[in-house]
Design a protein. Sequence first.
Length: 548
Amino acid sequence: MAGAAASRLGEDSMPGNGRVFISHVHEDNARAAPLLAALDAWGVDYWFDTQQLGAGQSISERVQQALAERDIFMLICTPATSASMWTGLELQAFRGLLERDRRSGRGEQRRIIFLILDPAYARQPVGPHDVVIDATQTHPSVWFKELRQALGVKPPRHGLSRRAVIAAGATATIALAASAVAGVRLLSAQGAARPVVTPKVHMPTNTPQPEAARLKWFFTSGFGPAALAVAGDTVYLSDGVDGMYALTAAAGDLKWFKSKIKGASRSIPQIVGPTMYYCGSEDFLLAINTANGAQVWTAPTGFDSSSTPLVDAGTVYVNASDGFVYAVNAADGSARWKTQIGDKEFLDLSSPAGSASFLYVGSGDGHLYALNKATGALAWKYQTGGKVTSSPAFANGVVYIGSTDKSVYALDGATGAPHWMYKTGYEVNASPIVANGVVYIGSSDDRLYAFNAVTGAVIWKAATGDLDADGNPTGFGDLIDGRVVFADGGVYFTAGKYVYAVKAADGKRLWRYQTAGFYLDRYPAVANGVLYFGGDSDDRSIYALTLS
């Protein structure tokens, strides 16, 4: 099977730029010597890192840079590889780059090669275009030829030199001689590994100038960011499919990764002290140690939840897809109460907000519900004219909410009596925030609104997406179904393929930043003068931008 896969490639069809990233574990450095000797003999440009990463260390920017710059990913497959988190992360990152290339029309220039050097290696699923070379089942002359063909390297013309025999060592010599590799230029037994080059710039994006200067760093995951949170010096990123990443806020380096922590697309990690509370994708509310990603406890919720948990006074509240709101003990996950508020809802869910006495949460049945926080008993409910997937905000005795009936509502927090209502041009799936007496909320009519929190008067509205000659939206700015963030007199939010910064006072645009994706993460975060936000399944990156 391996030989057939490799032989179809042809000897002169070097994939992409022909540069190779070799992913391996430190224990296999010596084992890779014959491979490196062959690559040197063939004149292949390869990247082989001899540094060892231990628990708690990070995959650095230079590794991400090397992955992006090289079109061939070669995984050295041994039992140690199967147990390594780092090689798995490198493979996921490269698959993300490969998939992004396919979506952008770059074709099949990138290639993944699995080189099996130990029969005890536990094989993993491979893609339809991946090449598998099993060096444990064939003579070295055979698998070296397969590798040469997979790399698109022309056959050697000369015999093995005496310098190669001395430099490569006995094991490498046997393999090289059997494959008739020539022209080896090695300086020492350790010299086979090429020097590591530290990049001077970040990985490139298609962001137009001048706003590209705002980019501090970005990190590409395997599938694409689903939700993120910032606490202290760490950014926590849910990939949605691959798992949970913890990155340094300063540089985007990896602190830890847990493949088992998988959540829904709209659940934002909530961090209180050393614990993260998060809705998993397998019907569980999770409590996670933020230092290392270890699971503290799980609590069943019944069906997946895209709701963001609310943590308040030792209790975690969450809205689940089975139509129930759950309250559990924050210390151990034990149940306090659960209350049904509507039918099963499998799409985006409203996340709860709270006052001192009440829990507020929207439902697909069109109601905003107010529950007693201590018991879960219904206090009141208010009927809107559409679904309530918007997450409420509570401030100064008033609860604010949007509805798919195109309206924004302000209701009395104690009784549910309406204070004011405003009808926008289209559905309001976004979630409001309240800052300095102003309610900020987006609508699917391609606009962000600022209301007087007391009277409901429109202070300003800002168009999103691209504009025509008259300043009217041309569409593709209607994806404000998340929540804006407020910081230092500015309002920041995502819509379509852009992240926006506008003045909180008048809505005038300060700047906007374009990514390679289109449907950006809906819940950006701000910390210490930096805006963090995620791309989509095309972009697969999390970005850190300076605000000023």
